[in-house]
Design a binder for this molecule. Structure first.
Ligand SMILES: Cc1cc2nc3c(=O)[nH]c(=O)nc-3n(C[C@H](O)[C@H](O)[C@H](O)COP(=O)(O)OP(=O)(O)OC[C@H]3O[C@@H](n4cnc5c(N)ncnc54)[C@H](O)[C@@H]3O)c2cc1C
Length: 645
């Protein structure tokens, strides 16, 4: 019997009392412990093998728990985290340039436009330093200075250099570190890996999450797995825009199915449009490529001063170039946060000053940096990114400026979690990009890797023990009727998708959905457009279930079927995004409602009425979701209008 509706859900963030700097220490002391010999009695499911899931699975197994670890890809190493380029933040202050835990905390709170929870962000800044130590001990080849110390570079929204990096492949190196720790536990029999599995649903018994149902993507078989707790680390939903910098398999399905089982979805409208991506070049393109923010350490962003100037960049003299970020934001220059840089690029293109064939691009120019530091130095820092750019565009960025344009990249929204990273469903923990926790309305560069690894290496190992030791859970196996029910529903949905037998491809629906969101719920939004988008999404969803074509069978490897399931979820979830954006009558970070802007076109918050997390509860397919608010209380920072001038 699935009894998840019988419990009353309270939106209590469980923030420990006491001074900000002592909350985490105090909480760790107060959390119940599972004694070492008892840990082996518990089974934990970790869904996802990216930086959050990989680090969590390895750490929990190292503690002694039995872990089952699932992922879509053929190897944990292929999680989307592998693509992360620029770096990971930490408050080590190796540069002696004024950094501290407090400054990293403040920059992150301000960068998120004062829409994140203070206690979580402070803890993140505190454990950031442990992450670097852990990764160095694993052998991550971070860039080093001449003397052997770890090197740093700058990222947006900060005036100190605190980003640790391994060329433009930081995610890859960090993931290999987590993967090594994971495989050590696999070899010791503490972690069982389940690659090529897609989580279709959660199993909730007596109000507690007790397992998952997955599809074996090779055989098509539907499998059930029971556990004492489930840790979801399934990444972000930026692919809802169709074109994004995310891996093709990144999805909302896992978190959205959890939402439908009772986990609240927080701030779904907070999405990040990254300013420096290779511009769209064709209708049938399925993917966009990021050019890391680290490039803005040395690259200068500009457009021609005169709208419609079509001359090649090297024929436009200095006096006719507009370095608009440096001019408008002299303190932060090209390293303003992403939301600010993206909106400014759009504004320049809207004025007719965009470059390239489509006019939807601005220049990112390394000429001055190469002149100052030499080509070799620039190649050492960004060589692989330059090579990637040249391969895709056939233009050599050492000789001509890159052309870049904003693209969907990251999501700050995700499943609501408390200070312990537990969702509103007891026993369901959510980590990494899949939760909403630490970035408010805008994430600063190099903070996602920090958060994923903080969650996995340093937070969950404590907080899950508190849950396991502090709750009673009856013995449950996959023979329980709730598992049978969930398998039945999952199979029914698959059969429904396969029997639509329409004429339009799933990708075509997805592409149209992406257009709707980009137009009406993208870099800027307004009430009229959001209402229109909601209607368009509902119509498109209706058509999908009448006219989509999903070839093949469910008893086989069938990527069309996989994609159809994910797009069906995107079509429902997109409406939640739009509802959330419409409800938030202010602008903050990545949520820019044109009706709420300062005279200088910056986001204008309404702290009196919207200083809260918006957490949505599913109420049925045809019902309006219910809004719950978690008030955000700021005791350690003063709420100000964000300024990067
Ligand atoms: C191109 C690019 C560059 C970036 N560079 C940086 C950077 O330099 N610094 C930084 O801080 N951040 C960066 N980011 C952001 C950062 O990479 C991500 O936010 C982060 O890696 C997400 O990690 P994760 O563990 O939460 O999820 P992911 O790495 O996305 O992993 C998700 C895991 O969940 C699994 N999964 C998903 N759905 C299911 C399902 N239904 N069933 C089973 N398994 C499932 C997947 O198989 C995968 O194993 C970048 C992002 C992109 C796109």
């Amino acid at each position: 019997m699935d009894t998840d509706k019988e419990i009353t859900i309270m939106l209590d963030a469980k923030i420990p009392s006491g001074p900000l700097t002592e909350k985490w220490d105090k909480h760790r002391f107060e959390l119940k412990l599972v004694n070492p010999a008892n840990k082996r009695k518990y089974n934990i499911i970790v869904v996802g093998t990216g930086l959050a899931g990989g680090s969590a699975a390895a750490s929990l197994a190292e503690l002694g728990y039995y872990v089952k670890n699932f992922c879509i890809q053929d190897s944990p190493r292929r999680a989307h985290s592998i693509a992360a380029q620029g770096g990971i933040n930490a408050a080590k202050n190796y540069q002696n340039d004024g950094d501290s835990i407090r400054r990293l905390f403040y920059d992150t709170i301000k960068g998120g436009d004062f829409r994140a929870r203070e206690a979580n962000v402070y803890r993140l800044a505190q454990v950031s330093n442990n992450i670097i130590d852990q990764c160095v001990a694993q052998g991550i080849p971070f860039a080093r200075e001449y003397g052997g110390l770890l090197a740093n570079r700058s990222f947006g929204g900060a005036q100190v250099s605190r980003t640790f990096y391994a060329r433009g492949q930081t995610g890859q190196q960090l993931l290999l570190g987590a993967y090594s720790s994971l495989m050590r536990q696999v070899a010791m029999g503490k972690v069982t890996l389940f690659p090529r599995r897609e989580m279709l649903d959660l199993v909730v018994i007596n109000g507690q999450v007790r397992g998952i149902v997955v599809r074996n993507l090779i055989s098509g078989e539907i499998e059930s797995h029971a556990a004492d707790a489930v840790v979801m680390c399934t990444g972000g939903y930026a692919n809802v825009f169709y074109l994004s910098t995310n891996a093709m398999a990144s999805n909302v399905s896992a978190t959205f199915r959890a939402y439908k089982k009772g986990a609240f979805f927080a701030n779904p409208c907070y999405t990040q449009i990254h300013p420096t991506c290779i511009p769209v070049h064709g209708t049938y393109q399925s993917k966009l490529t990021l050019m890391s923010e680290s490039l803005r350490n040395d690259g200068r962003v500009w457009v021609p001063k005169t709208p419609g100037d079509r001359r090649p960049p090297n024929q436009i003299p200095e006096s006719e170039r507009d370095y608009y970020l440096e001019n408008k934001y002299p303190s932060f220059g090209n390293l303003v946060p992403r939301d600010v840089a993206s909106r400014n690029a759009k504004a320049q293109c809207d004025l007719g000053k965009g470059v390239g064939e489509t006019g939807f691009a601005v220049y990112l120019d390394f000429k001055d940096a190469i002149k100052r530091d030499g080509k070799d130095v620039i190649a050492q820092k960004y060589g692989n990114l330059f090579q990637m750019y040249e391969k895709i565009t056939a233009s050599n960025p050492y000789e001509a400026p890159m052309m870049i344009y904003p693209a969907s990249h990251y999501v700050m929204g995700g499943l609501w979690v408390d200070y312990n990273l537990m969702s509103t469903l007891p026993g369901l923990f959510v980590m990494g990009e899949a939760n909403f926790s630490d970035h408010g309305a805008n994430r600063l560069g190099a903070s996602a890797l920090m958060q994923g690894l903080a969650d996995g290496y340093f937070v969950i190992p404590y907080t899950i023990g508190g849950y396991l030791a502090g709750t009673d859970r009856p013995e449950v196996t996959t023979d329980h009727p709730a598992f049978k029910d969930t398998v039945h529903h999952a199979s029914e949905r698959i059969n429904k998708l396969l029997s639509i037998n329409g004429k339009r491809t799933v990708d075509d629906f997805h592409r149209e959905l992406g257009h709707i969101l980009w137009e009406y719920c993208g870099m800027s939004r307004n009430d009229e457009g959001l209402l229109k988008a909601r209607k368009l999404i509902q119509e498109l969803r209706g058509e999908f279930w009448e006219n989509a074509v999903v070839p093949g069978s469910d008893k086989d490897f069938n990527q069309s079927l996989e994609r159809a399931g994910r797009v069906a979820d995107f079509l429902e979830f997109a409406e939640l995004m739009v509802v959330d954006a419409f409800e938030r009558k202010e602008s903050c970070g990545g949520h820019f409602n044109e009706g709420y802007q300062t005279e200088e076109n910056e986001a204008k918050r309404d702290d009196e009425n919207f200083c809260h997390v918006a957490a949505w509860e599913y109420k049925g397919d045809d019902a309006q979701p219910e809004l719950h608010k978690e008030p955000l209380v700021f005791e350690n920072v003063e709420l100000t209008q964000r300024s990067y001038k």
